[in-house]
Design a protein. Structure first.
Lengths: 699, 160
């Protein structure tokens, strides 16, 4: 039910006159040492906080990784926070900030993924299955390619930020736009050296997060807490949009090299995959990203001989963080684009090649799952192929590209891709995490759900209300979701990887069913609590690459059709067809809306050029998140053999880039190997093709 | 500088810097926090208000330019029948924008459907492309706007 949103307060709405405003003074060079800091004369209500002024723990902790709250003297990336400047008057503070002069002794080389040194390697994973080298020797054809994806920034509209208030009992109340309130609480308690129960964290309204508010809010909350602790006054730390784009954790850039050997029939004999990802200066979540990127690198195709080498590299970029999929996007783009090249090398239609090579059971997937559940990948591929008339269009457009004069008419192309979405963390990072939800049916018949899980969007909270209302036969508008204040709600863990759907929704169902059973036997209010702990056995072992990586996996396939003007290189999408097998669909209407908005977003972000905003840093611009023209989207959900609900919001981001890139490549008779697929990259590839053709003519 | 204008149907007066952005005046000086601001560059659409009935990004309007003019923000629009035309349509079409972009979108939609002509899909897409938040389904938004126009038209007929 759409509310008027009158009472929804975002973090920027917490600013009021009298609050202390905090500005982050950032490093202007990507590496070096601070030699001197010159401060102008400060008004009485203003002040500066540096690394040494942090009362207790000087590092932010996320799972088992840490990074300094403020620069300790040695700069590791451009934009690293050095000082906190605070004061009462916002305009005055901005003027003072512009007068602070920091001298550096610079010492850096711009790190590139192509040429890394051993010291840069933060974590390296090596996995070998079978004997790939021997199989390469007996391969009928070997295809080698390199793919790259650029860093991708979050584009949440509302600013990132946190506010801190001192309570009467000397405890501190934090309001932070975070997906993980308990992590904020733990970090604030550590940096002030106060008991955890003396810190309460309240979550304001938030827009769609795409996992962008997982841990960064903890940093901003510590800043606000330190200033408030020092001054005794409420403070707020909001970061400007440009800083948010430039310096907050985004999706890691990657370079993925594929080498695959095929037999005479086009079946995969062996694969070798080499992956490098940019973890930034502080690899806070690189363990999870590297695990997931390795897991998904070989896609959903069975192969008996496989070698994967993956490394996360420390660079002088801001720490990379969580973004939809955390590695799946990069690896499926490379893997599915490579699959199209393999199909071409085998002389098969990409659809038929995929059907020939996809695994039939989970245990046949390239990376050692122990699960034996059958998969419906063929059915998914057939569904999108039939919906889109893929076979006919692929043959027709392929023929047309070869026969027509290059400049005669617009060039159409069509691409297909298939992927999976893992729901939950892969690594051992949350082995000890326990997720709890409680529910209370009150005397007035209303239901309150208590959870620290932050809904990713308003569809999720609507869904929870509908489910709870349906079980207890009450109006969904009588269901309140209390996600605020860590002192009142149980710890429900970080809200990402669709765990709101896969874990929290189930806990809500269990709570409501328990209330339903005792509803007319016990007096109101009735309160029940249900918890979930990840199973310790059969978990994923990243060392041996074995076990069950995810409690639930969703599968998807997609087709994208494009039309490109060969002269202007203007591209339009003619249609997107999407099918998913994602367990029980709780609300088809909301599921479709979620997939549709993610498809639009993915199409745009796959073709959008990241402009250079400042020095060495680039960022996705704020503007073109919405399409200017509508293209048809058809979505189909298969009857799933999985009875539990699975996530599906990350599937479009893993499927669309490869299918779109292939469609563009087909139309223009080129091969795109990098993301985003901008008109510049189209032009470069056309030039490259022309050079090769000219060379061939000369030869 | 003293500036008089009409805000949500009431005559108001403010003594402020003439170049101060209208969004800051609305939020800071009048405490109308439901109108949001994200980009300060007129690109995101979250700060749209109606200036003489036309949707404008309030972050791009210096306050001196609104002297003697009518400004309607979401606070002044909420509760009106025109507002309900849109809300009911969005609910019926399951269009659920997030509350951050909601206010800007709804003010823009009102201006679009208020011109007594049924908006076509391309006009709605053009409106949507002025808003950078991708929180909701495009199809449900288009349907929501079309039904909102029908609601308004139907109510107009009923009034006749």
């Amino acid at each position: 039910m759409l509310e008027t949103h009158k009472n929804n307060r975002f973090i920027c709405d917490y600013y009021s006159l009298g609050m202390t405003v905090i500005r982050i003074i950032r490093a202007e060079v990507p590496g070096g040492t601070i030699t001197n800091i010159s401060l102008p004369e400060l008004p009485p209500d203003a002040g500066v906080i540096g690394y040494d002024d942090i009362p207790a723990e000087k590092n932010l902790s996320v799972f088992n990784r840490t990074m300094p709250l403020l620069c300790d003297g040695k700069i590791r990336y451009e934009g690293e926070p050095i000082l906190l400047l605070y004061g009462q008057n916002e305009q005055e503070i901005d003027i003072i900030a512009s007068c602070i002069k920091i001298d550096y002794e610079t010492d850096y080389t711009i790190s590139a993924l192509e040429s890394y040194t051993d010291e840069q390697i933060d974590r390296e994973l090596n996995f070998t299955r079978g004997k790939p080298e021997r199989n390469f020797e007996r391969s009928h054809k070997i295809v080698e390619e390199e793919y790259s994806t650029s860093e991708q920034n979050h584009y949440d509209l509302e600013p990132q930020g946190a506010a801190a208030f001192i309570k009467d009992d000397k405890s501190i109340a934090i309001t932070a736009a975070t997906q993980w309130p308990f992590n904020v609480r733990d970090n604030v308690s550590a940096c002030l050296d106060i008991q955890q129960k003396k810190v309460t964290v309240d979550v304001p309204a938030m827009g769609k997060t795409h996992s962008g508010k997982l841990w960064y809010a903890g940093l901003l909350a510590c800043y606000a807490a330190i200033v408030t602790w020092k001054t005794g006054k409420p403070s707020i730390c909001l970061i400007p949009k440009t800083d948010s784009i430039l310096y907050t954790p985004g999706r890691a850039a990657s370079i993925i090299r594929h080498k695959t050997g095929l037999d005479e029939n086009g079946k995969i004999l062996c694969r070798s995959i080499d992956i490098s990802i940019d973890s930034g200066a502080y690899p806070m979540l690189s363990e999870e990203v590297i695990n997931r990127i390795c897991f998904s690198a070989a896609g959903v195709y069975s192969t008996s001989a496989l070698k994967i080498t993956a490394r996360s590299l420390k660079t002088n970029n801001p720490p990379s963080g969580a973004f939809n999929g955390m590695g799946f996007h990069q690896s499926f783009f490379a893997g599915e684009s490579h699959a199209n090249s393999l199909a071409k090398a085998a002389g098969l239609c990409p659809l038929e090649w995929r059907k020939l090579n996809t695994a039939r059971k989970q245990i046949n997937l390239p990376i050692g799952w122990e699960g034996k559940k059958p998969m419906q990948l063929d059915k998914l591929l057939e569904t999108v192929a039939e919906m889109s008339d893929f076979r006919r269009k692929h043959a027709a457009y392929g023929l047309s590209a070869k026969m027509q004069n290059y400049f005669s008419g617009k060039k159409r192309g069509i691409g297909i891709s298939v992927c999976c979405q893992g729901n939950g963390f892969m690594g051992k990072v949350e082995e000890n995490e326990k997720y709890t939800v409680s529910a209370r049916l009150d005397t007035d018949g209303s239901l309150s759900l208590f959870t620290s899980a932050v809904p990713e969007n308003f569809q999720t909270s609507s869904l929870w209300c509908e489910i709870a209302g349906g079980i207890l036969e009450i109006d969904p508008t009588d269901v309140r979701i209390e996600t605020t204040d860590t002192s009142l709600v149980p710890d429900s863990g970080p809200s990402l990887f669709s765990r709101n759907i896969t874990i929290i929704t189930q806990l809500i169902e269990k709570c409501c069913n328990a209330i339903k059973k005792s509803r007319f036997r016990l007096p109101l209010p009735i309160e029940v609590k249900r918890s979930f702990r990840l199973p310790r056995t059969n978990g994923w072992d990243p060392e041996s690459f074995s076990g069950n990586p995810f409690p639930i996996v969703s599968w998807g396939a997609s087709v994208v059709e494009t039309e490109t003007d060969p002269i202007t290189l203007d591209t339009s999408v003619r249609g997107v067809w999407f099918a998913a097998d994602c367990g029980k669909i709780m609300n088809p209407y909301l599921a479709r809306a979620e997939v549709e908005s993610e498809i639009f977003r993915s199409v745009i972000s796959s073709t959008m050029k990241p402009p250079v905003l400042k020095n060495t840093r680039t960022g996705i611009p704020l503007t073109p998140i919405q399409p200017e023209t509508l293209f048809p989207i058809r979505i189909e959900f298969l009857d799933s053999r999985e009875t539990k609900p699975g996530g599906l919001g990350e599937l479009p981001d893993s499927l669309i880039p490869a299918a779109l890139s292939e469609a563009l490549s087909m139309g223009l008779d080129i091969k795109l190997r990098n993301l985003p697929s901008t008109s510049e990259s189209l032009f470069q590839q056309i030039e490259h093709r022309t050079r090769i053709e000219e060379q061939e003519l000369e030869d | 500088m003293k500036i008089d204008f009409s805000l949500n149907g009431k005559k108001v007066s403010i003594d402020t810097l003439p170049e101060k952005r209208l969004i800051d005046v609305i939020r800071e000086d009048f405490g109308l926090m439901t109108t949001k601001n994200a980009c300060y560059s007129g690109e995101c659409g979250s700060c749209i208000v109606q200036l003489e009935g036309q949707p404008v990004p309030a972050c791009q309007i210096p306050v001196f330019t609104v002297r003697a003019k009518r400004i309607i923000t979401i606070e002044g629009f909420m509760g009106t029948e025109k507002y309900l035309d849109i809300i009911n349509a969005f609910n019926d079409m399951k269009c659920i924008p997030c509350p951050f972009c909601f206010t800007g979108k709804i003010m823009a939609v009102d201006s679009l459907i208020d011109n007594q002509r049924s908006p076509d899909t391309s006009e709605i897409m053009s409106l949507l492309s002025d808003h950078s938040c991708s929180c909701t389904s495009v199809t449900s938004f288009i349907n929501g706007v079309k039904v909102a126009y029908q609601n308004r038209e139907f109510r107009g007929e009923m009034l006749k």
